[in-house]
Design a protein around this ligand. Structure first.
Ligand SMILES: Cc1cc2nc3c(=O)[nH]c(=O)nc-3n(C[C@H](O)[C@H](O)[C@H](O)COP(=O)(O)O)c2cc1C
Length: 168
């Protein structure tokens, strides 16, 4: 065992799932960003949480409107992860700029991303301050999967790969 800088040990967190966090600002503009920092944090009621930096446009959207969609990125969304993770809704309308296909939600006013592995519509129940990020906890009020299953995309230190079980 050797003691290292925490940033070196953190490299061992990969692969990390990629959550596409979809939201809408108070003027109605929809936005999406990828987040690695997310989790399931209650089973019944079903709650999910994601840590969103205070500088993200997504922070402003969820803080103002209290709604978001928590989607696991799907195979085929590699380019979308890069596009939406390197641009901000404060500068552009990502849905228009990247021609993002979406479907209507069932319970909240935030679009569902076509091509995601699964999407959870969430209503904000808690916001916690956590250093330079806010942790948003949302109650899942509706859930969606594609007609044909799509495998999850995972992040290996900035390289995206399709998650699948090891062969026996
Ligand atoms: C794979 C990946 C994971 C990321 N994870 C997070 C995260 O967990 N929390 C966060 O605040 N930003 C995260 N980011 C950065 C945001 O996605 C990025 O800053 C984005 O441009 C913010 O968009 P917005 O300003 O429109 O909200 C991640 C980026 C990538 C590419």
């Amino acid at each position: 065992m050797r003691q290292v800088n925490p940033s070196e040990a953190m490299q061992q967190k990969f692969p990390e799932w990629i959550v596409m966090v979809v939201s809408r600002d108070a003027n109605g503009q929809a936005n999406v960003m990828p987040a690695g920092w997310g989790m399931i944090c209650s089973g019944s009621p079903l709650y999910v949480a994601t840590a969103i930096g205070y500088t993200r446009y997504t922070y402003k959207c969820i803080h103002e409107t209290g709604e978001f969609v928590f989607s696991w990125a799907g195979k085929g969304q590699e380019e979308l992860v890069t596009q939406t993770g390197t641009s901000s809704g404060s500068d552009i309308n990502k849905f228009e700029e990247f021609n993002i296909a979406w479907s209507a939600p069932a319970a909240i006013n935030v679009p569902l991303l076509d091509g995601a592995a699964a999407s959870l519509e969430c209503k904000l129940v808690h916001e916690y301050a956590s250093g330079d990020h806010a942790i948003f906890v949302g109650e899942v009020v509706a859930a969606h999967v594609p007609d044909e299953p799509i495998r999850n995309l995972v992040n290996f230190r900035g390289h995206y790969a399709v998650a699948q079980p090891a062969e026996k």
